[in-house]
Design a protein around this ligand. Structure first.
Ligand SMILES: Nc1ncnc2c1ncn2[C@@H]1O[C@H](COP(=O)(O)OP(=O)(O)OP(=O)(O)O)[C@@H](O)[C@H]1O
Length: 277
C-alpha cells in the first residue's frame, strides 16, 4: 500500500513541506522546483508578482493542483498518496476571491456553521451554532450573525469565509490573499484575527500582495518569481520604486536592521483587486 511503502515522513515539526515541487497545466510549467517548509507554529507569508504561482502553490499544498514533479507533505503525509491519512479537519483553507453569498439566502451564522457539515454530519445542533458564533466573534462579526451575507461588503464576506474555516478550530490555516480588495475596517479586523490566531499558536501560510501587510505578525516571507522561490527569510522591505512592474534588482537597504534581501517585483495587481469590488 502507498501509505506504508511511501517515502519517509518529514521531521515532525514540519506542518507543510514541498520538495522539488513542480506543477504544470498542460505543457506550461507554473511551479518549477519549489522547496518550502512551514514549521509548527510559524506564520509564513507567500509573496510575488501576479502570475508568479502563489495560488497554484497553496492549491498544490492542499491537493487541488496537479503535481507533476516532487511532492508535498502535510504533517509528514504525502497529499497525493497518503491523502486519506491527513486530518483535514484541522487544516483550514480559504481560497482567493470567493464570495460568501452564493445566491442562496443564508445568514452569516448559517454560512459559518456549514463549515461543520462533514463526514455525514448533516445537523449542526446547538453546540455547533455556539461554535459558529464563537468563530464569527473571532472575525469581529458576532453582532451580524443573523444577517444575510448577501448584504455584506466584500471584506465582510471574506471574514465570514475565514470564520467558516475557523469553526473547525484548525491548527493550520492557509489564506489566499485575505486582504485583497477589502475595506479598511475589514483589513484591521483580519489583522486582529491573525494576531489572535498567532496567540493560539495556529500555523499560518498567508498569500499577501505587499510585504507591509500583516508585517509584524509574520515570521518569514517566501517570495516566488516565475514559479521559483527567489527569497526565503525575513520580510523584504521594498524601497520606493520597488513596486514598478520592471523592478528586479539586488542592493543593500540603507539603515536596514535585518539582512539584505533580494527583492523581486512585488507589484500590486490593481486590476485583480478591482475584480473584488
Ligand atoms: N487551472 C489552470 N489552468 C491553466 N493555467 C493556470 C491554471 N491556474 C493557474 N494557471 C496559470 O498559472 C500561472 C500562475 O497563476 P497563479 O494564480 O498561481 O498566480 P498568482 O501568483 O497567485 O497570481 P495573482 O497574484 O494574480 O493571484 C498563471 O499564468 C495562470 O494563468
Amino acid at each position: 500500500m502507498a501509505d506504508s511503502s511511501g517515502p519517509p515522513a518529514a521531521p515532525s515539526s514540519a506542518r507543510i513541506r514541498a520538495e522539488a515541487l513542480g506543477v504544470s497545466f498542460g505543457a506550461a510549467p507554473v511551479l518549477r522546483g519549489i522547496d518550502l517548509t512551514v514549521s509548527d507554529g510559524e506564520a509564513v507569508a507567500l509573496l510575488g508578482a501576479n502570475g508568479s504561482g502563489k495560488s497554484t502553490l497553496v492549491k498544490a499544498i492542499v491537493g487541488l493542483a496537479p503535481i507533476t514533479r516532487g511532492r508535498v507533505l502535510l504533517d509528514g503525509r504525502d497529499v497525493v498518496t497518503q491523502r486519506r491519512r491527513i486530518d483535514f479537519d484541522r487544516i483550514g483553507y480559504v481560497p482567493q476571491r470567493l464570495t460568501a453569498a452564493s445566491g442562496v439566502p443564508a445568514t452569516a451564522l448559517e454560512v459559518v456553521a456549514s463549515g461543520l457539515l462533514s463526514r455525514g454530519r448533516l445537523r449542526i445542533g446547538r453546540a455547533g451554532r455556539e461554535r459558529a458564533l464563537a468563530a464569527l466573534d473571532q472575525v469581529g462579526l458576532a453582532d451580524r450573525a443573523g444577517e444575510s451575507v448577501q448584504i455584506f461588503s466584500g471584506g465582510q464576506q471574506q471574514r465570514v469565509l475565514i470564520a467558516r474555516a475557523l469553526v473547525r478550530e484548525p491548527s493550520l490555516l492557509i489564506l489566499d490573499e485575505p486582504l485583497a480588495g477589502i475595506d479598511a475596517a475589514s483589513k484591521e479586523s483580519l489583522a486582529a484575527t491573525v494576531a489572535d490566531l498567532r496567540a493560539r499558536e495556529t500555523t499560518l501560510l498567508v498569500v499577501l500582495h505587499e510585504p507591509a501587510e500583516l508585517g509584524p505578525l509574520i515570521d518569514r516571507a517566501v517570495v516566488l518569481r516565475h514559479g521559483r522561490v527567489v527569497h526565503d527569510g525575513p520580510m523584504p522591505r521594498p524601497a520606493p520604486g520597488h513596486d514598478a512592474p520592471d523592478h528586479d534588482h539586488e542592493h543593500p537597504h540603507a539603515g536596514a536592521t535585518g539582512p539584505t534581501v533580494h527583492v523581486p517585483d512585488l507589484s500590486v495587481g490593481l486590476p485583480a483587486e478591482e475584480e473584488m469590488r
